[in-house]
Design a protein around this ligand. Structure first.
Ligand code: ADP
Length: 216
């Protein structure tokens, strides 16, 4: 993995220039991701949405259901394989242009194994680390979301708490895996527009420095 010291034109191969969103379930990544996705020159991918879009009767759709239902992570190799196909498809469809668009990775990598598996394909410019000290605020948000979005993994209290443990055990160590100068701490216990402002202050300078302005 390289840092933003490398000018983009020197990057050879299928590199996706990315910012990662990291934070526990319920911290508001989904809400922020949806807003960021509306901005020209940004391509946002949520691994959860990617999985939920799979046909539930397909082999991978079934595998996803089997793990997500109990709050477990889908096995790493399968996750990264699905992600690669998804990214290839988005480039082919013309909805994501790696040379113009900053990729926002939301939910992937989810642990150090995944980080190592996707490392050859991505250049990480920043890691947006969303934190909210109050765990109960997040559990409340998830309970609200389960009613609105009909998510199989949000409705059971035990599954939600298990996902929290998985996050602590598997995902949080990612923060120490990357160079600390890449990490931008975001206080997520705030109104959505304030959180967005904090995130934009971290990523707009990257867009300006490294990407051609998108055609409008
Ligand atoms: P949350 O962040 O609230 O847990 P997501 O929508 O990101 O919700 O993920 C929902 C479920 O999808 C996870 O519990 C897991 O089963 C699966 N999933 C999403 N991303 C990954 C990933 N990178 N690796 C493995 N499983 C994943």
């Amino acid at each position: 993995m390289t840092t933003d010291k490398n000018p983009l034109h020197e990057v050879i191969g299928p590199h996706y220039n990315a910012v990662m969103l990291v934070g526990p379930p319920g911290v508001g990544k989904g809400t922020q991701g949806k807003m960021l996705a509306q901005i020209p020159g940004i391509f946002h991918i949520s691994s959860g949405d990617m999985f939920r879009a799979l046909d539930t009767n397909s082999k991978y759709g079934q595998i996803f259901q089997q793990y997500a239902r109990v709050g477990k992570l889908v096995p790493d190799e399968i996750t990264v394989e699905i992600w690669q196909h998804y990214m290839d498809a988005k480039v082919r469809e013309g909805v994501y242009a790696p040379e113009c668009d900053l990729l926002i990775l939301d939910g992937i990598p989810r642990n150090i194994t995944q980080a190592k598996l996707i490392e050859p394909y991505i250049e990480i410019f920043k890691i947006i680390y969303m934190v909210c000290e109050d765990r109960e605020v997040m559990f409340r948000r998830i309970r609200g979301r389960s009613l609105k979005e009909n998510r199989i993994d949000d409705s059971e209290e035990l599954v939600v708490r298990y996902r929290w443990d998985v996050y602590k055990r598997e995902t949080e160590p990612l923060i120490d895996h990357y160079p600390q100068e890449l990490i931008r701490l975001i206080d997520a216990d705030n109104i959505a527009s304030d959180v967005l402002l904090q995130i934009l202050s971290a990523i707009v300078p990257i867009q300006k420095k490294y990407f051609k302005p998108p055609l409008m």
